[in-house]
Write a protein that binds this ligand. Structure first.
Ligand code: ADP
Ligand code: MG
Length: 316
């Protein structure tokens, strides 16, 4: 792996009896877009707060840029840009003034600051809203302002905690593209979300969290190859005989068949010609069928196989 930007070892964080982080281990390499994916309450924000030394933890260690993280480790903190889950901007300041304020905490040189603020305004697409006060902005624009304030000083490590929650699709795409652009410009990114599609779209590596533990980590391809399911085939067919269902279950690579509302859901492990074998069976048995489609595993399937519950359901 490239140089390590964040190393978390055996991190334990309790809130009284509740164990929010349960021996969490994570490593983020330079240049990654690292995704922390997990349902609400799985510990994503707690992990971020520990990385930033905003929280005391009970056990373990957190290193950022090779240094043990401390609340007063300003040389490291200067290199980090944070976009917190709850929007944190000043209501009394305009869009432009907010970005200037946050940038000014890090960048003393006036000329450089002016240029960085301009770049952040353009980057977030806030040119037409410079003079607006935050309360006049839509949810999506407010998020974009929140991001602009977090990244204007060009930090080497950018941490974004669920920056797309309750955001319209247009702003969401803009935000996701923006994160990829920041990464192309050289920033390492840590991105938390409970939306598996987003994490798949932009992250080079992903850690799946559940109940404060990392249950799996790797590229999306690696994660998907960890599970039994290789393909899920749907066939629209009603009124199959029990013996025919058994026949499908007995086909090579098929390990689970479920029927619901006239749709069969057939899970197959690996194999390349599952669909052909299944339709061949339907033809031989002269079973009429309608729509047919095949799906590759999603991160939801990974979560489901490892934890026994749906990522979507537990998001709430
Ligand atoms: P996520 O960001 O993945 O939704 P959190 O890190 O916010 O998860 O929360 C992890 C667990 O810790 C949850 O069960 C949550 O209720 C609990 N928790 C978070 N913050 C506090 C706190 N300040 N006091 C007590 N419990 C907390
Ligand atoms: Mg959170």
């Amino acid at each position: 792996m490239a140089e390590k930007v964040v190393e978390i070892e055996n991190l334990v964080k309790r809130y009284k009896e509740l164990v929010a982080l349960d021996h969490l281990n994570l490593t983020v390499g330079q240049g990654e877009v690292f995704g922390l994916l997990g349902p609400n309450g799985s510990g994503k924000t707690t992990a971020i707060n520990c990385i930033l030394a905003l929280l005391h933890f009970d056990k373990g260690s957190v290193k950022v840029f090779g240094k043990e993280m401390q609340p007063n480790l300003y040389e490291v903190k200067k290199q980090i840009g944070v976009v917190l889950q709850n929007v944190a901007v000043f209501e009394e300041l305009t869009v432009q003034e907010n970005i200037e304020y946050f940038c000014g905490l890090y960048i003393q040189d006036k000329g450089v600051r002016k240029q960085y603020v301009e770049e952040a305004v353009a980057f977030s697409g806030l040119e037409d809203f410079r003079k607006f006060y935050p309360k006049k902005l839509s949810g999506g624009l407010l998020r974009r302002l929140n991001i602009a304030c977090g990244i204007a000083h060009k930090p080497k490590l950018i941490i974004l905690d669920e920056p797309t929650v309750a955001v319209d699709p247009q702003s969401r795409n803009r935000i996701l593209e923006g994160i990829q652009e920041l990464n192309r410009q050289g920033a390492t990114i840590i991105y938390t979300s409970h939306y598996m599609e987003e994490v798949e779209q932009i992250c080079s590596r992903i850690a799946i969290l559940d109940k404060g533990r990392c249950i799996a980590a790797g590229t999306k391809e690696e994660l998907k190859s960890m599970i039994k399911m290789g393909e899920k085939i749907h066939v629209e067919a009603a009124g199959l005989q029990p013996s025919q269902l058994e026949g499908i279950r007995g086909l090579r690579h098929v390990y689970q068949v479920e029927e619901q509302d006239g749709m069969l859901e057939i899970r197959c492990s690996g194999g390349k010609h599952n669909l052909v074998h299944i339709l061949d069976y339907f033809a031989r048995q002269e079973i009429p069928f309608g729509r047919v489609y095949s799906e590759l595993p999603t991160l939801n399937d990974v979560f489901l196989e490892i934890t026994g519950k749906e990522l979507r359901d537990s998001v709430g």
